[in-house]
Each structure stands twice: as structure tokens, then as C-alpha cells.
Design a protein around this ligand. Structure first.
Ligand code: 5AD
Ligand code: SF4
Length: 443
């Protein structure tokens, strides 16, 4: 079987669950579509252009069928859940449609499809957490760990509550078992995943409890998490991040807009002021914190004044990075009925203004690192140059440096010599044999 993954980290984690389920049923993974008997695509439905890309890629899968007429083509994930049977009508070569809560049925559905029977399974569940399934990891340094599924926030632009269903949390004990397993296998980093990790609640423990317990499993493991909703970001959580050296000083804290009027229409449940206060509290408690955000431009009725308030908020927060999107109407969401009245060229112009301002802020932030020595976990060869390695700081900044005997998975000290808005560049100072956070912050 061959599988391709689109969209968010939750989907990457789900792909590893799918790989595990299929592996247990006897399917062997290939990295090449050209040698697959089963070709799966794990999809994203969050924006129209994501879906268009997937439809394009499905065309390639169909083309491959010419050389392997028996190949089973399956669509998994959020787009499968959203478009359902209609996807088999528009793309009539698709054999399988399987939503995020139905992956246990995949082997049986694939076997049936091999006999020529098309299959569809898109029921959402209130209980499915895939708790008993050990993901088949696709990386050996960094592990994704889903701590919950679904979302109950119902931001009015977002299709996720419809494609991933109601929010449900795994038990802390179960998550910790998975963390212990990856720590024992020598992983260096875990990322706890959920659409809104701050509302994690297993009946006894909340997210700060889980985060602290995860950090205790192995001090040499870097702990990351995403995504945080500003509404549930408690002082307890901020305190937990501040007090643990191996919890990374990086928070992805999507704001979406800087205008209170738009935030209300989005059902984000906070004001720009509330958000800025939160950022202030975070920065006070964790001065070295790195923050990133998501911004949507061109939400229905967004005016120039609303847009300007978003630009002002970017300046006020000084994020290290931002993921920026043009509003894309999604059927069934509340915002769908608000129309899509901001013209495409206005959305584009506002988007580039957001990007330009943020690029400049990121550049300024990164330049303050020049001259400092930072701790980097070596991830592998740099994409751009064979002579270089790359890795990330605990604040999630990408660092590129000349190869110098260091190995993937080492923590090393890099002296930063220059920076652009996306990357820091430097040279190696020394190798740490323990996670350097220990050495530098506690001594
Ligand atoms: N249009 C544009 N961006 C969207 N996002 C979610 N739904 C939409 C939409 N309909 C963005 C939000 C969210 C991120 C994952 O995707 O910014 O935080
Ligand atoms: Fe979508 Fe809002 Fe839930 Fe995030 S918190 S997945 S944007 S509904």
C-alpha cells in the first residue's frame, strides 16, 4: 500500500494509525505509487484549494491505474467525510471513501474493493480514539501523539467540527504509555496534538497536568504541543510551560483576526484586548517564548478598518511566524450563509499586506538571535545544500549549519551568524551529551 498525506499534523498522526491498522492486516508499505496495489490519500477539507489539489492528485492515481488496472484507490480523512458519496460520482474511479473515525474498517473495505466492491464508511463516532493502536511511525526522531480527536468550538468558518466530529480526549494514562514507548525507542521529541489541546479533559486531568506528566517521562525528550485556542489558555498552563525545561518555549496561538467585530462573527469567543492581555501574561512568565498564529483575510464583511486592526495586532504581538490564509467558504458552516463578499483581489491584497508585515517582524525577531549560541536538535541534511545540516531550536526556529561530525538526534550549540525571516544560519560550537536545556537553564 501507498499513502499520501495532506493537511494538518492530526492527519500525519492519523496516517500512522492507518499504516498500523493496515500493517496488522498484512499490507506492506511502499514509498512509491508506481509499485502500489492499494493507493490511499489522506485528505484535508479546510479550504477549497486544498481540496482542488487533492482532486488533481487523484487524477494522477487514476492515470497510474492504466499500468496497474487492479489498483485500489481510496480517499481517507476530512474531504472523504465532507464530500462522501459525491466524491465517487465526480471521481468515478475512486473505490473507497473512509472518514476519520472509520479506519478500523479499512482492511476489510480494501479486501472487498480488491474483489470489485466499492466501499464507503463515513460515520463519525463519539468514542473512537484509536487508543489501543500503536502508530506505525514514519519518523524516528520526532513523534506525533494525538491526545484527543474532534472539535466542539464551532468557529463559524471551520469545517473541522463537521469532518472530525465531537471532541473526545484519550486518558492521560494511555497517552503517557505512548510517550514512554517512544522515549524508550530513542525518540527525541514528541508533539501532543489536538484541534484545541487546551480543552483536553479526561475526567480527572486537564492539559497542564498531561503536559507536566509528559515532560516527566524523560527529561531528554523535547515536548511540543499544538494547537492552543486563546480561550482556554490558562495561567496553570503558562506556569507549567515556564517551569519545565524540556517543554518547548513555543506556542501556536491562532488569533485569526484583530477586529472584535470579525472575531465575534467568527465565534472565536475572545476580543483583541483579551488576546493581547493573554500574550502579555505569557511573555511575562516566559520571556524567551516564541509565538505563531493563523490569520484569515477576507472573512465575510471584513472592511479595511477590520483589516487594519489585524495588521495592528500583528505589530503589537510581534509573532515569530504566521500562517496566513484567504477566507474560503465551506458548506454547512455558519459563515457559509454570511456570503463571500470580499472580492478576490481585495483578499489577495490584504493577504500580501499581512505577509509583508509579518515577514518584517519575523526578520527583526530572528536578527536579535545573531551573536547568540542556541541549542539545536539536529534533524537531518539541509534541503538546500548537501554540505549543511538543519535542526530546530526549542523555540521552533529552523537553523542551518555546516556538517561537522554531528549526527541526527544530537543536541548541539550553534553560534548564529546571520538570519533571514525564515531561517537562522550559524556554526557549531559544541556537542551536548544531554539536552542542553538542563545545562544552560538550570545551572
Ligand atoms: N478559510 C480560510 N482559512 C481557514 N482556516 C480554517 N478554516 C478556514 C476557512 N474556511 C484556517 C484557520 C485555522 C487554520 C488551521 O486554517 O486559520 O486556524
Ligand atoms: Fe476549527 Fe475553531 Fe475547532 Fe480550530 S478551534 S478546528 S478553527 S472550529
Amino acid at each position: 500500500m501507498y499513502i499520501e498525506t495532506y493537511g494538518c499534523q492530526m492527519n500525519m498522526a492519523d496516517t500512522e494509525i492507518v499504516l498500523s491498522i493496515m500493517h496488522d492486516a498484512g499490507f506492506v508499505r511502499t514509498d512509491f505509487l508506481s509499485s502500489a496495489d492499494v493507493a490511499l490519500i489522506n485528505t484535508c477539507a479546510v479550504r477549497e484549494n486544498a481540496e482542488q489539489r487533492i482532486v488533481g492528485r487523484l487524477g494522477d492515481f487514476n492515470h497510474y491505474r492504466k499500468s496497474n488496472p487492479n489498483v485500489v484507490i481510496g480517499v481517507l480523512g476530512c474531504m472523504a467525510e465532507r464530500v462522501r458519496r459525491n466524491l465517487m460520482v465526480s471521481e468515478d474511479f475512486v473505490d473507497l471513501i473512509v472518514g476519520p473515525d472509520e479506519y478500523r474498517k479499512l482492511p476489510a473495505l480494501v479486501e472487498a474493493a480488491m474483489e470489485g466492491e466499492k466501499g464507503i464508511a463515513v460515520k463519525l463516532s463519539r468514542v473512537e480514539k484509536y487508543d489501543d493502536i500503536i502508530p506505525l511511525r514514519t519518523d524516528d526522531l520526532s513523534a506525533w501523539i494525538s491526545i484527543m480527536r474532534g472539535c466542539d468550538k464551532f468557529c463559524t468558518f471551520c469545517v473541522v467540527p463537521f469532518t472530525r466530529g465531537r471532541e473526545r480526549s484519550r486518558s492521560q494514562a494511555n497517552v503517557l504509555k505512548e510517550v514512554e514507548e517512544v522515549a524508550q525507542r530513542g525518540f527525541k521529541e514528541v508533539t501532543l496534538l489536538g484541534q484545541n489541546v487546551n480543552s483536553y479533559w479526561d475526567g480527572t486531568y486537564d492539559f497542564p497536568d498531561l503536559l507536566a506528566a509528559t515532560a516527566n517521562v524523560d527529561q531528554s525528550l523535547r515536548i511540543r504541543f499544538m494547537t492552543s485556542h486563546p480561550q482556554n489558555m490558562s495561567d496553570k498552563l503558562i506556569g507549567t510551560i515556564a517551569s519545565r525545561t524540556n517543554i518547548c518555549n513555543y506556542i501556536h496561538l491562532p488569533v485569526q483576526s484583530g477586529s472584535d467585530r470579525i472575531l465575534k462573527l467568527m465565534n472565536r469567543t475572545y476580543t483583541a484586548d483579551h488576546y493581547l492581555n493573554l500574550v502579555r501574561r505569557i511573555k511575562e512568565a516566559i520571556p524567551e517564548i516564541s509565538l505563531s498564529t493563523d490569520i484569515i483575510t477576507g472573512f465575510p464583511t471584513e472592511t479595511e478598518e477590520d483589516h487594519k486592526q489585524t495588521l495592528d495586532l500583528l505589530q503589537a504581538v510581534e509573532y515569530d511566524g504566521a500562517y496566513t490564509f484567504k477566507y474560503s467558504p465551506r458548506e454547512n458552516t455558519k459563515a457559509w450563509s454570511m456570503g463571500d463578499d470580499v472580492p478576490e483581489e481585495v483578499k489577495n491584497r490584504r493577504l500580501s499586506e499581512v505577509i509583508d508585515i509579518q515577514r518584517n517582524i519575523s526578520l527583526q525577531r530572528n536578527r536579535t538571535m545573531v551573536g547568540q549560541t542556541v541549542e539545536v536538535l539536529v534533524e537531518g541534511p539541509s534541503k538546500k545544500s548537501a554540505a549543511d545540516f538543519c535542526g530546530r531550536t526549542d523555540t521552533n526556529k529552523m537553523v542551518v549549519f555546516p556538517k561537522n561530525g554531528d549526527a541526527v538526534g544530537d543536541y548541539i550549540g550553534i553560534h548564529i551568524e546571520r538570519a533571514n525571516s525564515a531561517t537562522l544560519f550559524g556554526t557549531q560550537e559544541h556537542i551536548f551529551h544531554q539536552p542542553p536545556a538542563f545545562i544552560t537553564r538550570e545551572s
